[in-house]
Design a protein around this ligand. Structure first.
Ligand SMILES: *Cc1c(COP(=O)(O)O)cnc(C)c1O
Length: 422
């Protein structure tokens, strides 16, 4: 039995069946922005492993950071013990976010869980019984149960889990488009705050780009307004920048587009440059002090692999590498190339919309029946993308070569045209 057969028989893949219903491509190795398959084929990586490999793969500095840390200390429990790499990473995160208190955990979904627990504990500390969250339609905040409960109920896995999930409040998502008028969504937001503020612990949102719930880019004015409302009603503003963080929208953090600071920020995906699973929840000093000064006085969470030193070491190197390079120029250049190349898709009959910002390019189709076909065509033509539903999109490493990026978009468009002409 070769290993791919074992995999197909015994190993779950994301949102898949066993044995696997869809094709699984055997990856042999990676380098920079190329994926090498066991079959000898090479693919240009148009996904950066779900927003994470922002520097491309096998970066010598990141490899070295990991190798040297493994000799020093691969892991140590974080209960009652401290280590330098966690402190250095946390100080870096504090410096680049302007926030204060860092909780290092395993994955994006866990950081969202912790952010919800933190918000509830904050309100409890103030003597308030506020257990609901306000979230947006089209929101995606992760796959664990509490994270799932703040995902759009009509656009996610809610219904599968019946009445298990807590019921939160959902408000109209801002209109599509960075420059679009979002006053309708703002009105709905105001109404929801007025009506529900007494039970709201927090408002959670993906700033500027709603990711897995629709790759929706929207106007920063919406965030400014939401910040005002959170202040007015003492509802915590939770920015989920697990996807948008570390430069993906052209700013280090997408909240910067609206010139606002959240009370709680979640980071993940790009945090370790795509090397290790790690996420962070970062809060203002007000939040951590309020909880620490309460009767309970502690934040009730502590995963086994909290602040894993290997992950910390590679995250430090990844952030330093980003800060030392002209990443913003590169992302702007990527944005320009996406814009130029995507134009060609606009007039294809089955295309509903094209949009892009920073290192993200999206083609939305009118219906969702073509995702697998489009993926297959792209793979056959040397490009790795992973469409979902109607969304054919690419998020690239900031180090991608211009020609490779142009090819990614051109092949995506060819794939769509092939379908149209059938
Ligand atoms: C991916 C993602 C998550 C979940 O992160 P995992 O590491 O997959 O658990 C949460 N929120 C947003 C916005 C994401 O894009």
């Amino acid at each position: 039995m070769n290993w791919l057969d074992i995999d197909k028989e015994h190993v779950w893949h994301p949102y898949n069946s066993l044995p696997s219903r869809s094709t699984l491509l055997p990856v042999k190795s990676t380098d920079k922005t190329t994926i090498f398959l066991e079959t000898g084929e090479e693919l240009i990586d148009g996904m950066s492993s779900w927003w994470s490999a922002i520097h491309g793969y096998n970066n010598p500095r990141l490899n070295e950071a990991l190798k040297s840390q493994v000799e020093i200390m691969p892991h140590i429990m974080f209960g009652g013990l401290a280590h330098e790499k966690a402190a250095v990473l946390s100080k870096l995160l504090v410096d680049i976010t302007g926030l204060h208190s860092v909780f290092l955990c395993d994955s994006g979904s866990v950081s969202v869980e912790v952010s919800l627990k933190t918000a509830i504990q904050y309100q409890e500390a103030k003597g308030l019984k506020k257990y609901k969250f306000l979230a947006c339609e089209h929101a995606y905040h992760g796959d664990t149960l509490a994270a799932m409960s703040v995902c759009d109920p009509n656009n996610s896995m809610h219904s599968i889990y019946g009445s298990y999930l807590p019921k939160h409040i959902f408000t109209k998502a801002p209109a599509l488009g960075f420059d679009s008028d979002c006053s309708e969504a703002i009105e709905a937001l105001e109404l929801n705050f007025e009506k529900h503020h007494e039970e709201l612990a927090g408002f959670i949102i993906e700033p500027i780009v709603q990711g897995a719930g629709g790759m929706r880019i929207y106007n920063p004015i919406y965030l400014k307004k939401a910040r005002e409302l959170c202040d007015k009603y003492d509802v915590l503003f939770i920015a989920d920048e697990i996807a948008t963080g570390f430069g993906h929208t052209g700013k280090m953090f997408a909240c910067e587009w609206a010139d606002i600071k959240p009370d709680i920020l979640t980071l993940g995906k790009g945090l370790t440059g795509g090397y290790m699973t790690m996420a962070a929840m970062i809060t203002s000093k007000n939040v951590s002090q309020t909880i620490s000064n309460s009767d309970l006085g502690i934040l009730m969470h502590g995963p086994t692999f909290m602040a894993n030193p290997l992950a910390c070491a590679v995250a430090i190197e990844s952030i330093n590498l980003l800060l030392e390079t002209s990443w913003q120029e590169r992302v702007l250049k990527i944005e320009k190339i996406f814009q130029e190349e995507l134009k060609d898709a606009k007039n294809i009959k089955i295309v509903k919309d094209i949009r892009n910002i920073g290192a993200i390019g999206v083609i939305e189709l009118k219906d969702e029946s073509h995702a697998q076909e489009i993926q297959d065509y792209c793979v056959k033509n040397g490009v790795w993308i992973r469409p979902f539903g109607k969304l054919i999109y690419s998020i690239v490493a900031y180090t991608i070569e211009e020609n490779d990026l142009r090819k990614v978009v051109q092949v995506m468009i060819e794939a769509i045209k092939t379908i149209k002409s059938k």
